[in-house]
Design a protein around this ligand. Sequence first.
Ligand code: 2IT
Length: 447
Amino acid sequence: MKTNDIMARLRAKYPGENEYLQAVQEVLESVEEVYNQHPEFEKAKIVERMVEPDRIFTFRVTWVDDNGEVQTNTGYRVQFNSAIGPYKGGLRFHRAVTPSMLKFLGFEQTFKNALTTLPMGGAKGGSDFDPVGKSNDEIMRFCQAFMLELWQCIGPDQDIPAGDVGVGGREIGYLYGMYKKLARQYNTGVLTGKGSTWGGSILRPEATGFGALYFTQNLLHKAGKDIKGCRVAVSGFGNVAWGACKKATELGAKVVAVSGPDGVCEIPDGITPEMIDYMLVMRASNRNRVEDMAEKFPGACKFTAGKKAWSVKCDVALPCAFQNELSEDDARELKENGCWCCCEVSNMGCQPGAIHFFQHNGVLFAPGKAVNAGGVATSGLEMTQNASHISWSGAEVDAKLHFIMDSIHEQCVKYGTQPDGTIDYVKGANIAGFMKVATAMLEQGIV
Ligand code: 2IT
């Protein structure tokens, strides 16, 4: 297999699908050497099969807004790979959603899910519906209209959606309510991220951020450091950023920045529990503004319009918002300001140039599919609880999440340790995930 040849073919076949092409290129570059040591992979054309989704559902979603006007959006579900289990992955509601974006996310999800040690295949879905400025009723009507089509594609042993950008506990509630009406199936395991009184796992909301900090702590310990006392810059203020801020603070770090599309809030004395709680209020408001935090906590927070979290002096950078949110220029600015570690929490949060810069300039770096896998791992734990009709305590879920993050870190070390003793976490995560999926595909024949 030659990465360049496969990429040339995919670029010609899928012109303009930039996020998808970027995600595929990163994985293929990482695995090329190992892959070519396995002629049986080449013979079964594993790579050629693995880069194509199993299937994509595309559907029209029509709903009525608060002014009585008819609105039409497009909905998708990309079922990417089922080699190691039923399709699993979140739903993203964002105005910029395209098939390319969901293909990149589904592709990444396949390897991420393989890393969790749980039996889950990869999927992603969503819509170009823009939640910004929408009322609660509009969100409900959109979710119901979306489920009118989606319900036929999903099932607890078939395909299990969850949240992602723009989809949290509220949206999962509306989606699940409509699913039951349509399918007349009352198995809670069809969606994860549910409310804790109706089948949701304790700690699922926190899990992505908590898991990211457990992974970061492992990475820092391996490098002889500790998160305690570190200044941490976080981008975003949604569910993932919230969990990351909570656990970072609990572990003794100081979160000195959170950001939004409108700018950055600098918090020189570190984020407080009240500010962390307020992030949830900002998310639920659908205003998509971090300036609200500075207005709520004047004195403690300083808002600067148009700036990113990466302009704030920190030791550790945690991108928690959106793909490609951290550019090579941002990476240089971070390094100049003293940052020495970046753990990517968002999916593909760093541009390729930024990753290259970090890796060649002594900044510790780990990729999203390893760092953020605690979210989907805890979704897997939610499915287990639902299937066995039980509910674990927070302490039980936390212990399992911690164990899974330790195991993901170990897999990265196993496959990513370089001859000079350093650890390439990108290679480690990609090779570990790839080997598991490739072996399963091989064993299941040419299908
Ligand atoms: O990117 C992700 O891993 C998620 N949005 C969570 C997916 C899930 O099924 O919990």
